[in-house]
Design a binder for this molecule. Structure first.
Ligand SMILES: *Cc1c(COP(=O)(O)O)cnc(C)c1O
Length: 233
């Protein structure tokens, strides 16, 4: 058995156990396999194990894999990295989801650039839930007004919220941030009927995130192994 296969089975087991502990159905949480910096061959191995949703952070790296694996037509590509406004077109043309939307200018460009023969681009609003100054994401008290703006853009579909919480080992602080996200998401759902997704939880905290209501966890290293590209997050 390959390492990816063993890792993948282990993560699936962890997810199932976390769902059982939280009295949730296993299929209520999507696993996003974060394949950034990893080769297309590893994505294919994971696909053959049944995985369909993959996350990419770096535009060119992601586009190369989308191209290399274009015959896998039911694969779902999520862009989860920071996006500059002059780089929106390839995301609009080649990805199914953008999980890090936090600027109106970027939203308007994506809306204009999304090709007519594709369904609307699924977007998650990134929330700066830890309220750290240098961090990406919309402030918690601006989520509603930002969502209202997005609702006027027909080539985007607001699917929910995403966060990267504070890097802390203090479980109570993390829980507090995850629960705040869950409340914000409940509020958003009243405004946006398609907002079925709450993306939070990574390798180290997926159990806590699932207990707090996450519907998508983003896992890279624990499936594909450590990344060795200098500077890659
Ligand atoms: C890299 C990344 C992940 C996955 O991180 P790992 O530590 O490799 O599991 C999840 N979410 C985002 C936004 C990332 O950039």
């Amino acid at each position: 058995m390959s390492t990816v296969e063993q890792n993948y089975q282990r993560i699936r087991e962890r997810l199932n156990a976390a769902c059982a502990n939280a009295s949730r159905e296993p299929d209520s949480v999507r696993l996003l396999a974060v394949s950034k910096t990893k080769p297309a061959s590893m994505v294919r191995t994971c696909y053959e194990l049944g995985q369909r949703a993959f996350g990419e952070n770096y535009l060119q790296d992601g586009l190369d894999k989308i191209e290399a694996l274009s015959e896998l037509t039911d694969i779902e590509w999520h862009f989860i990295g920071p996006l500059q406004s002059n780089k929106t077109r390839p995301v609009a043309e080649h990805f199914h989801w953008l999980e890090t939307l936090d600027r109106e200018k970027i939203a308007r460009r994506l809306n204009e650039q999304r090709p007519d023969d594709l369904p609307p681009l699924n977007v998650l609003i990134q929330v700066n839930i830890s309220n750290e100054e240098q961090k990406s994401g919309i402030a918690t008290d601006s989520v509603t007004s930002f969502a209202q703006t997005l609702l006027s853009l027909p080539r985007l579909k607001v699917r929910g919220l995403m966060c990267i919480p504070e890097a802390t080992s203090d479980e109570e602080r993390l829980r507090d941030q995850f629960l705040k996200m869950h409340r914000l998401w409940q509020e958003l759902k009243e405004l946006c009927p398609d907002a079925d997704t709450l993306s939070m939880g990574m390798s180290s905290d997926l159990e806590l995130a699932i207990a707090c209501g996450s519907t998508e966890v983003r896992i890279g290293t624990d499936i594909f192994g450590a990344r060795d590209i200098p500077g890659a997050q």
